[in-house]
Ligand binder design. Structure first.
Ligand SMILES: Nc1nc2c(ncn2[C@@H]2O[C@H](COP(=O)(O)OP(=O)(O)OP(=O)(O)O)[C@@H](O)[C@H]2O)c(=O)[nH]1
Ligand SMILES: [Mg+2]
Length: 255
């Protein structure tokens, strides 16, 4: 089983993308399992095949432990870890090779607490990859772009699995803005130039040092634009899943 985790800041489009990719796969006769690991979500745009809310009742936790919503989500993450074998068995029983995993809105719950790394370890690190979602509203200025890449980098550092950055909601920005952000990613020198023009003094020095760190690590490449409204970039997501797990652009489609 190959697990693709959709991780990103609140509202970056994780659940919508899981819905869109699963529909695209189903339309191409590729079996897929969708998993919701967000215990706090009220409604989902897709029918989750496996849903953590069947294992963790957030309202019960609030009442039983007299916790506020954030404390309850932290407790829920711990309960989710305790139930991970049952959740994994439910996924395995469905028998589909491709598994799309939606993660909590508060990404720190999954990424920075022990639950996320523990779950990836339980599923088997070599069977897991991460799609990190970048909302273009958080990447409009060069320094914003560097900041969100640092968040992506810390996610990669935390999970140590193959990771692809996605620029989501591209239908909401102009072609000019889209090209600018993609150019920062594909031609790093243009980002350096923009940073030089944007900031001054010590802040500019810091931004440029961060830029060089990101470039050295190779994080300034591979930013894939996607939109669920235009249904663009979805095939590329499947291409990345195939490439990372199966070693071919569309090895499934050829079968
Ligand atoms: N126009 C447009 N809107 C989108 C796109 N993807 C998501 N949205 C909208 O963005 C909002 C947030 O999307 P979600 O899929 O709930 O994002 P999320 O990351 O799962 O949100 P949380 O789980 O709350 O962190 C919703 O109103 C979506 O309809 C897109 O490609 N284009
Ligand atoms: Mg969501």
């Amino acid at each position: 089983m190959y697990y693709s985790f959709f991780i990103g800041p609140a509202g970056s489009g994780k659940s919508s993308l899981v819905e869109c990719v699963s529909k695209w796969l189903a339309d191409h006769n590729i079996d897929v399992t969708t998993v919701n690991l967000d215990p706090g979500v009220l409604t989902l745009p897709y029918g989750a095949d496996v849903d953590v809310r069947n294992y963790v009742d957030i309202e019960r936790i609030i009442l039983d432990y007299n916790l506020g919503p954030n404390g309850a989500l932290i407790a829920a993450a711990d309960i989710m870890v305790a139930k991970i074998n049952e959740i994994q068995k439910e996924i395995q029983d469905l028998g589909n090779e491709i598994v799309l995993v939606d993660t909590p809105g508060q990404m720190e719950l999954f990424t920075y607490r022990s639950s996320g790394p523990f779950i990836i370890e339980s599923f088997g690190r070599k069977n897991c990859m991460v799609f990190f979602l970048i909302d273009p509203t958080l990447a409009k200025n060069p320094s914003d772009f560097v900041s969100i890449l640092l968040l992506s980098l810390s996610t990669q550092f935390r999970f140590n699995t193959p990771q692809i950055n996605l620029l989501t909601k591209t239908d909401l920005i102009s072609d000019f803005e889209l090209e600018k952000i993609l150019k920062w990613s594909s031609e790093p020198y243009s980002l350096l130039e923009s940073l030089n023009n944007e900031a001054s003094g010590i802040y500019r020095e810091l931004a440029i040092q961060l830029y060089y760190s990101l470039e050295n690590i190779g994080l300034l490449s591979e930013l894939h634009p996607v939109s669920i409204k235009d249904v663009t970039g979805i095939e590329k997501i499947y291409g990345q899943i195939s490439r990372i797990f199966l070693g071919g652009e569309d090895s499934y489609l050829r079968q």
